[in-house]
Design a protein around this ligand. Structure first.
Ligand code: ISJ
Length: 464
C-alpha cells in the first residue's frame, strides 16, 4: 500500500465503531488524465488483492474502481442492517475533511458494497466472508464519468497536514505513472456441474402446486446453483474484464474479499438516487433471443403480450410503486412495460421514477425495496419462507442489493443477478426465475439455464 494506514479497522458492530470514532477521515479528489480502469485495478497488486471493487453502469456512464481498504463496515443478521451501515457511514462523514471541488456523483469518499439476500436463510461456509452486509471505504479510487477521470485518496488523519498532503501528492504521481494494464490468462474449465437438478424440478412443481391452491401467495422466485472447477485459481480481474467486454447493456460489478470475490453482469437496477431524483426498475418476465432479427422481434412481441409474464411483471411494478410512494413525490409509472434486451435474454421492463422527499437516503430506499418480487415473491414474507424451505441453499449476495453511495448521498444499487462467487479454483453461479400458478418446471429450467450464460461465457465455460 502506498499509504500505510494504521487504522485498518473492521467495524463489526456499532459499539466497536464508536470506539474508533476519534479518527477523522481526510479525502482528496483530483481530476486526472485518462487512465485504463483495469490498470488502476491492478495498480497495487498483489498488496491490495482481496480489497478491491469494480463498478460500471451500462453504456460506460459511470465506472468506479476501488483499491485498498481504509476500513470496512460489516454486520450479521437482523433487519436493521441497512440503517446500521448508514449510521456508521454518517458518523465517519460527520467529522470528515473533504477536499473535492468537483462534487461529481461517485467522486470523493464513497462506500461500495452490498447486503446478503436473506439474513435468515441457512448459512454456507463459502459465503461467510460477506456476512449480511459488507461495505468498503477504499484508500484509492478512480471514477470515470463520460470523458472525465477523477482520482480520490482517502486516509485517516494521523499526522501533520503538510506531510499528509505530500504523501497524497506522491500517491497521485505513482498511481498515474504505473498505469499499464497487463494481461491475465484465461482460466481452464475442468468441470461444470448443475447442482441438484431433479430436486430443483421437484421443488418448482411443489411451489407451483402451492401457488395454484393458495389464496394468498401469488409469486415465488426459485433459484439454483452451478459449480465450476478450474485448473488453477480464477482471477477476478479476468472475469470482470470479460463481462465488461461481453455485457455492454448490464451493470458490471465485483466485490473482492481475501477469501472469495463476488462478480456479475446484472441488467436490473434496484434504485438510483442523484440529488433528489430517484429511479427504480421493474424487471421481470423473460424470453430468449434469436440470431434472426425477425424471429427476435417476434419473441419480443410474444413476451409483450404474454399474460403469465405480464402478471409476474405487474406484481413487481406494484410493489416497487408501493415501496417508493411514502418517500417520493411525483412518482411516474408507465402503464405498459417495454423490452430490455441483453445478449442471451429479453425481459419486460418498467422504469419507475420520482422526486425523493427531504431526508430520504438511498440506503433507506434500498432497505424498503429489497427483496422486490423480481427476486423474492408476493407476499414477501410468505415467499421468503417458501424460498428458505425449498431452495435449501444460501444465496449469499446473489439477488441482493449491491452498489455505492457517496458523501453527498448520491448512489446506485442494482440487484446482483447473473452473478457468481469466485473462490480459489471454484466458482458458484446462480440463476433464478419467477414462478406463478401456471409456470412449467421444464420451461423454468431452460430459463435459468439461459441466465447462467453471461457468467459462463466470461469464464470460458459456455459451449456453443
Ligand atoms: C432471478 C433472476 O432474474 C429475475 C427474474 C426474471 C423472471 O423471472 O422473468 C427476470 C429478471 C430478474 O428479475 C436471475 O437472473 O437469476
Amino acid at each position: 500500500m502506498l499509504i500505510n494506514s494504521p487504522f485498518q479497522t473492521k467495524y463489526t458492530n456499532t459499539l466497536k465503531h464508536n470506539a474508533q470514532s476519534n479518527h477523522v477521515l481526510v479525502s482528496y479528489t483530483k481530476k486526472v488524465n485518462k487512465i485504463d480502469p483495469f490498470a488502476f485495478y491492478q495498480i497495487n497488486s498483489p498488496v491490495c488483492e482481496g480489497e478491491r471493487f469494480f463498478w460500471k453502469s451500462p453504456d460506460d456512464d459511470t465506472t468506479i474502481v476501488g483499491s485498498g481498504l481504509l476500513c470496512s463496515f460489516s454486520n450479521s443478521g437482523a433487519d436493521d442492517r441497512f440503517s446500521r451501515i448508514e449510521a456508521e457511514w454518517n458518523e465517519i462523514l460527520s467529522s470528515a475533511v473533504i477536499d473535492n471541488p468537483f462534487r461529481v456523483p461517485g467522486t470523493g469518499p464513497l462506500l461500495f458494497g452490498g447486503f446478503s439476500f436473506d439474513p435468515y436463510s441457512l448459512k454456507e461456509e463459502k459465503w461467510q466472508p460477506f456476512g449480511d452486509a459488507l461495505f468498503y471505504l477504499p484508500e484509492y479510487m478512480l471514477t470515470i464519468i463520460g470523458e472525465d477521470y477523477y482520482l480520490t485518496v482517502n486516509l485517516f488523519e494521523s499526522e501533520e497536514l503538510a506531510s499528509q498532503s505530500n504523501k497524497v501528492k506522491k500517491t497521485f504521481d505513482i498511481l498515474l505513472k504505473g498505469a499499464e494494464s497487463s494481461q491475465v490468462s484465461a482460466p481452464k474449465l475442468e468441470r461444470k456441474e448443475e447442482l441438484s437438478v431433479p430436486e430443483w424440478l421437484t421443488s418448482v412443481a411443489e411451489v407451483v402446486d402451492e401457488l395454484q391452491s393458495s389464496d394468498t401467495v401469488n409469486k415465488v422466485v426459485l433459484s439454483r446453483e452451478m459449480k465450476l472447477t478450474f485448473s488453477k485459481p480464477i482471477s477476478s480481474e479476468y472475469v470482470v474484464k470479460q463481462l465488461h467486454l461481453q455485457q455492454k447493456d448490464s451493470f458490471i460489478f465485483l466485490l473482492e474479499t481475501p477469501d472469495g470475490s463476488f462478480a456479475g453482469a446484472s441488467p436490473e437496477r434496484l434504485v438510483k438516487k442523484m440529488n433528489d431524483q430517484v429511479l427504480s426498475t421493474s424487471l421481470a418476465g423473460s424470453i430468449g433471443r434469436s440470431e434472426d432479427p425477425a424471429e427476435d422481434t417476434d419473441l419480443g412481441n410474444m413476451l409483450l403480450n404474454d399474460e403469465k409474464n405480464l402478471y409476474e411483471h405487474d406484481l413487481v411494478v406494484k410493489m416497487i410503486k408501493g415501496a417508493l410512494e411514502p418517500y417520493c413525490n411525483e412518482l411516474q409509472v408507465p402503464e405498459n412495460p417495454v423490452l430490455l434486451k441483453t445478449p442471451y435474454i429479453q425481459h419486460l421492463y418498467t422504469p419507475v421514477s420520482g422526486i425523493s422527499k427531504p431526508g430520504t437516503s438511498i440506503l433507506h430506499l434500498v432497505g424498503q425495496m429489497h427483496p422486490t418480487p423480481a427476486l423474492g415473491g408476493v407476499p414477501t414474507d410468505q415467499a421468503m419462507k417458501i424460498i428458505r424451505d425449498k431452495e435449501k441453499m444460501d444465496r449469499g449476495f446473489y439477488a441482493s442489493p449491491i452498489g455505492w453511495t457517496d458523501f453527498d448521498g448520491n448512489g446506485e444499487f442494482i440487484v446482483a443477478i447473473r452473478s457468481g462467487l469466485l473462490k480459489g479454483k471454484q466458482a458458484f453461479l446462480y440463476a433464478g426465475c419467477g414462478l406463478v400458478a401456471d409456470s412449467d418446471p421444464n420451461d423454468e429450467l431452460k430459463e435459468t439455464g439461459i441466465k447462467f450464460l453471461p457468467m459462463l461465457q466470461a469464464m470460458g465455460g459456455k459451449s456453443e
